[in-house]
Design a protein around this ligand. Structure first.
Ligand SMILES: [Zn+2]
Ligand SMILES: [Zn+2]
Length: 420
């Protein structure tokens, strides 16, 4: 039975911070019979295609999240030079916050927030504001993240009124999908935050969730992750300067390891009931997450593309004097069968029409074809390439085959921007 899932986890997509890759984590999760795998990388969702693929291959349910950087003073960035020291501090400060997609709308909002952070919110890091969180909160689960969160910072500085106001504000936004995150990472500040959050949880009826802010898979990989952090902060192993938080506890702990840690070090500060609840809530979060992502490529549908391809190819073969040659006819049929079975006919016609438009309307030059599409007779007959693959003994299978996804035709134009 799954009693706990690491819902706060960084992969190597958390640049110069997360050490292990998804594959390694998933192997360990599988060994421990874990049914869910959640990723919350820092400031980006770039791992998602890989996460989907790995989870699919291993029959594990992926959970999509992100540890965002939150800053509510981003609008002051253009005027930075004229700001007071206090304002400069507020503009620079990045507060951590975890958002996890509960359903398809949540997933769309997660991606919207991520895009916003990179396009409009970038200042050293991709950032979002509370206003944006409010705007795109539907379908998202929020957990309060690590010591780098606004909430933890208030608690550490003993600004309890601000802490309570903040928690109430987030609870208004996320309702039952708002969780207070506690961690057992052997840090005094975190222990203080835990105690305060446990009391807040009881007082305001907000569920707790246990996380380990995972940054690497195995305990022994602590040093590897430390080196990544030092590369980032320009410190050295002998002079580890610039590191915000010091703990060697951020590996993908097994449930037994967590229980042992609690038994030995945390029993007195995290009561049994709260410990159990915060563990099982990680599973409940994963259970309520249900995101369906269609990973099939989406091409515009061209009516009758199947017939148009075959008519055009036969006409072209006749024009080029190739139709009587059985080798060409057989090759055409073989390629056509693959393209048809993969539902790529519309795609081939779209590419053909782009090339024709560029050549005939824009009167621009088009390259003779790059990469593996040179191995396709159909590309040659449709005018996508100008290379006869039979004459040059090029293989179609390098470009497309029934058993694998296939590549797309690489196009080369002189005036790319205008064409796009
Ligand atoms: Zn964090
Ligand atoms: Zn984190």
């Amino acid at each position: 039975m799954n009693e706990f899932v690491h819902i706060h986890l960084h992969t190597d997509f958390s640049c110069l911070d997360g050490y292990s890759d998804i594959k390694q984590y998933i192997q360990k999760a599988k060994k421990n019979n874990i049914k869910y795998f959640s990723v919350t990388d820092h400031g980006n969702c770039a791992c998602i295609p890989k996460l989907i693929q790995e989870c699919r291959e291993n029959e594990i349910k992926p959970i999509f999240g992100c540890e965002f950087y939150v800053n509510n003073f981003h609008h002051l960035v253009p005027n930075f030079k004229n700001l007071s020291d206090e304002e400069k501090y507020l503009v620079k400060k990045n507060n951590h916050l975890i958002l996890i997609a509960k359903n398809d709308i949540g997933y769309e909002n997660l991606i919207k927030l991520s895009s916003e952070s990179w396009i409009n919110g970038f200042y050293y890091k991709p950032r979002i504001s509370l206003d944006l969180i409010k705007k795109y909160s539907e379908g998202l689960i929020c957990t309060t993240a690590c010591l780098g969160s606004e909430l933890s910072q208030y608690i550490i500085k003993e600004k309890y009124k601000e802490a309570i106001d903040l928690v109430k504000e987030y609870k208004d936004i996320f309702g039952k999908d708002y969780y207070l995150e506690i961690q057992m990472i052997n840090m005094k500040e975190q222990d203080d935050v835990n105690s305060y959050l446990i009391s807040l949880s009881n007082k305001l009826d907000i569920p707790l969730v246990l996380t380990n802010d995972v940054h690497y898979c195995e305990k022994s990989e602590f040093i590897n992750q430390q080196i990544l952090l030092l590369l980032n902060s320009k410190g050295t192993i002998s002079k580890p300067e610039g590191l915000e938080f010091h703990t060697n506890q951020l590996w993908y702990k097994t449930i037994d390891e967590l229980d042992e840690l609690w038994e030995n070090n945390y029993k007195s500060t995290i009561p049994l009931e709260e410990y159990k609840e915060s563990k099982i809530n990680t599973v409940k979060i994963c259970e309520k997450c249900n995101v369906v992502i269609d990973t099939n490529p989406k091409f515009p549908k061209i009516e009758n593309a199947e017939n148009e391809i075959s008519e055009r190819c036969i006409t072209a073969m006749k024009k080029k004097g190739l139709y009587k040659n059985k080798i060409y006819r057989d090759r055409f049929l073989k390629e056509y069968e693959v393209i048809f079975s993969k539902n790529y006919c519309s795609y081939f016609m779209v590419v053909t029409k782009i090339i024709e438009y560029v050549k005939n309307e824009l009167k621009e030059q088009v390259g003779p074809g790059r990469g593996s599409c040179g191995g396709s007779l159909i590309c040659y007959l449709l005018g996508i390439t100008q290379v006869d693959p039979i004459k040059h003994e090029l293989f179609f299978e390098r470009f497309l085959s029934k058993s694998r996804g296939g590549k797309f035709a690489k196009l080369q134009f002189e005036e790319k921007d205008e064409i796009i």
